[in-house]
Design a protein around this ligand. Sequence first.
Ligand code: G3H
Ligand code: 13P
Ligand code: ZN
Length: 325
Amino acid sequence: MKKVSYKELGLSNTKEMFKKAYSGGYAIPGYNFNNLEQLQAIIRGSVESKAPVILQVSSGARKYADPTMLRYMALGSVEYAREHGSNIPIVLHLDHGDTFELCKSCIDSGFSSVMIDGSHLPFEENIKLSRKVVEYAHDNDVSVEGELGVLAGIEDDVKSEHSHYTDPAQVQEFVDKSGVDSLAISIGTSHGAYKFKLKPGESVPPLRFDILEDVSKRLPGFPIVLHGASSVVQSYVDIINKFGGKLEGTAGVPEDQLRKAAKSAVCKINIDSDGRLVFTAMVRKVLAEDPKNFDPRKYLGEAREELVKLIVAKDTNVLGCAGKA
Ligand code: G3H
Ligand code: 13P
Ligand code: ZN
């Protein structure tokens, strides 16, 4: 594939975006997508709420959508926004990159930001790998997100049963030596729709805001990232189960806790599962209610319209980034 800079695609890196989010007390969403309809919904929702947006692609999503197709989908989303009179900054970001080669390939194909997730490696190796990515990325004016501490759940090719909270004593050395532009930390969130195992009557435990506070004191003004931040909206789980699904014991991060995090040093909040739930709920509903239907524009179209609503609601009520672009 021909090398292209994200600047030629009209994308932005995260530098200015995070500076404004930090001082403004809000966070930028990192919304994952895998297909055209999800991308359309994210862009339309962001244009509607006048919010900056980070479009996230995991390595699995990149394989699914195809790297070349993706480049032009990103370009298409920028042009869509501009044609609709919107100047919102749009970032194309690699989520949970696990090798230098993958990060380089994304940078060369037009990504404006990459995550190098060395969180499963010993500390020094995480620094070394992150540093290598930073050197190549910064030569291309691309932003880099690193991670310290491990979230439980499935992170694409990286799997962990248990979470290890970030050790605040390590963050300054990690950031100084690796040169990353933002840092994902582990404070009790996890990936997927089963974040907390609750007994009947129990409510979700609070996130470790003490760790977040300690980290931000040690890294003044530095952007922090929160992964695994879906709220697992119950109304969509209910629709899925009503129309033949079987999602039991789901639990997500309450919205008020995310809002509190967004007002602090957290400048980026990652949301994937909530979008998946919306899509699955609407596809199940449309097909169950109209079993004769076999037009993807009907069931994917309904899913897309519902996802636009979710994006606007998240930007407005959770991230606080609506109207900030
Ligand atoms: O953190 C992981 C994201 O939700 C991406 O998931 O690897 O299944 O695309 P995926
Ligand atoms: P959720 O599974 O909570 O949506 O988290 C997504 C994420 O962190 C992507 O990197
Ligand atoms: Zn993640």
